[in-house]
Structures are given as C-alpha cells and as structure tokens.
Write a protein that binds this ligand. Structure first.
Ligand SMILES: [Zn+2]
Length: 135
C-alpha cells in the first residue's frame, strides 16, 4: 500500500466512525425517536395489508391501481423494479409474448416503436396501471 492510500485509509476509517457517532446521536434525539415510531407504524400498516400483492423484487406493496408490471409468473413488480423499454430492446428473449413464447427482437422493436409513437421514451418504465383499476 502506498503512503497516499495508507493516509486515505486512515481518513476513511475515521469518517466511518464519525458517521456512526452522528447516527447514534441522531437516533437518540427526539427526531430520531419519532422516526423509529413512524417505522413501527408503517410496519403495523404493512401487516394489516398482508393480503395486498407485494413487488416480487423489493417486497414493496403494489396496490391494484398503481403502475406495475406483471411478470410471466403473474407476479407484480413495482414501478421502480419494472423493466424499461430499453431493457426490452436489450434482451427481448427475457420477455414472454401473448403466445407464451419469448419475444423476438422484431416483436420487441415493434412494442418499443408503438410506445415511441404514443409519445413515450425508450427509458420509460414498462409499468402501467392495470386495465379496469379504479384509481
Ligand atoms: Zn419493487
């Protein structure tokens, strides 16, 4: 290890210690305690909503009227975890078409073209509010 790295390592370790110290001070402050109580409340609400679907990836609750993406197994992904149209172009075979077959690059391109025609961008999430949902 060079002297420069050695010095940076010491500074890095010191910064981590300072961060821990600040976190503990905050956690024991009124604001930190209020935050902990809010987390407990959120956990209670999540338990009460146990029958509502959760994102297959991050376990966040996905309500019927919120943008989501249905995986081929029928499980929802939340808007954040949903693939983008760029993902669709990059790996068409990772997506299943209405015929239960992996998409071809041509089919993927067609879906993306359709999305662009309706004013969307390639970087947009493929999540959408399910048809028939009452928002
Ligand atoms: Zn998610």
């Amino acid at each position: 290890m060079t002297d420069e790295i050695e010095a940076q390592k010491a500074e890095y370790r010191e910064a981590l210690k300072e961060s821990d110290r600040l976190y503990l001070a905050w956690k024991n402050s009124a604001e930190g305690k209020a935050w902990s109580a809010s987390q407990d409340h959120i956990e209670e609400l999540r338990e009460a909503l146990e029958d509502v679907e959760k994102c297959e990836n991050c376990l966040e609750i996905v309500f019927d009227d919120e943008p989501q993406y249905q995986t081929s197994d029928g499980d929802p992904l939340c808007e954040i975890c949903s693939p983008s149209f760029a993902d669709l172009l990059r790996e068409p075979s990772g997506f299943i078409g209405t015929d239960d077959e992996p998409l071809t690059p041509e089919q993927a391109q067609e879906m993306v073209d359709q999305h662009l025609k309706s004013g969307g961008n390639v970087s947009d999430s493929m999540a959408k509010v399910p048809a028939g949902a009452t928002a």
